[in-house]
Design a protein. Structure first.
Length: 112
């Protein structure tokens, strides 16, 4: 689903632009020295956002993203942890589509 919805990944400058396009980044309101961050923007592809959050919920318990999600969940809550982990997954998808492989996953297999 990611490949079909994202299309050519080279149109995004970096993973943060892809996450912003998918609507997984917080709203940012700024005036002079006051900065307010709100809920996620939910702009962009609903399917990519849905697929990223669903994929995070189905991760095996020992995976790096799952461990990060549990760590964030203990501090910030379940929903914020899901969105943060979905951004991490979308970052890996970006590099996977750009480079053809994901180096972070290769390091995990080598260590195991």
């Amino acid at each position: 689903m990611f490949v079909a919805e994202i299309g050519d990944v080279h149109r995004f400058a970096d993973p943060s632009h892809l996450c912003s396009w998918a609507g997984l980044t917080p709203k940012h309101r700024e005036s002079d020295t006051v900065v307010r961050r709100g809920h996620i923007t939910k702009q962009g592809s609903k399917l990519v956002r849905w697929a990223a959050v669903e994929a995070i919920q189905r991760q095996p318990a020992g995976s790096k993203i799952s461990v990060d999600r549990k760590r964030i969940e203990a501090r910030r809550g379940r929903n914020i942890a899901k969105v943060a982990a979905a951004r991490k997954l979308l970052t890996l998808v970006y590099y996977g589509l750009r480079d053809g492989h994901i180096r972070a996953l290769a390091r995990q297999r080598a260590a195991a």
